[in-house]
Design a protein around this ligand. Sequence first.
Ligand code: AMP
Ligand code: MN
Ligand code: MN
Length: 316
Amino acid sequence: MQISLKETAAVLKSVQRIVITSHVNPDGDAIGSSLGLMHALRALGKEVQVFIDDDIPAAFSVLPGYELIGKPVEGQSIPADLLVAVDVSLDRIGLVKEAVTAPTLNIDHHITNDGQADKLYLDGTAAATAEIIYHLIEELGVTCDKDMAMCLYTGLATDTGWFRFSNTTPDTMRTAADLLACGAVPNVISESLEQRPYEEVQNLAAAMQKIELLADGKVAGICLDYAALQEHEAPEGLIGMVRVIEGVDIAFTLKEKEPGLCRVSLRSKGIDVTKIALQFGGGGHVRAAGCSIEKNCVEARADLLKVIMQVLEEEK
Ligand code: AMP
Ligand code: MN
Ligand code: MN
């Protein structure tokens, strides 16, 4: 059932023990929104824990509360009155779904949200879930402090490509300004997130050698099979390097994370790439989406290209 922001605040106020979670393969918005909401609810006197079923990249250790993020283990049962899933539908929270059996509240900005949660606050116009969480904090009557601001600014900045992407709205900028006024330090966040180990920069160079240009230059992508990923780990932000190629509308990366399991990222400069991701059970936004394909790299690439070409054809 979809609810309003006011109702979302009321649901949170009505319970004491809250577990917050987000998607596997967590990004800045997933981590920042989870921790930002955790700080706000703790300020209200709630008992709050964040559990994410994945490793949290060390670059996010700059965020207050990073060390408090738990990872559920097989068979674990985590007591709670409410499970809050942010920046995700309930199908991408991994083991947290089994570990927490409480009623579910979902706060999201993905237009592809599956609506499976007991209660859903969805705003597809928000640039990031962090933007929603900021307004929720206002609705809760909590004073935004530096810890909350650092986390939420990170979510907002990363999901908008540092305020460059088409999802950046006047509200995004106003929210960012408010977060700065609340104590967020933008250069501390960006410096922590942009630095990479030397090996990763070299891996980026290796991966870039594999860019393929297709469909008269309208599509570009990089496929890294399992063997290639054993040799060089996939660098962060690879898709962004493909997206910038002149003339390219659809950019993709395909990484065979486990033999027979490929993780796909899609970006576009206009075409709705959720149309592609949804065909493989994934989702996302018009210009940034993703999915997984349970096939080896060669087969997954063929399936993906077929759908990309279909969508390109429909757009003509
Ligand atoms: P990524 O390429 O992982 O940065 O994801 C781009 C966007 O698509 C993000 O907003 C993700 O949350 C979303 N997304 C990625 N993979 C999936 C998936 N399997 N199901 C639903 N949404 C996804
Ligand atoms: Mn996300
Ligand atoms: Mn997001």
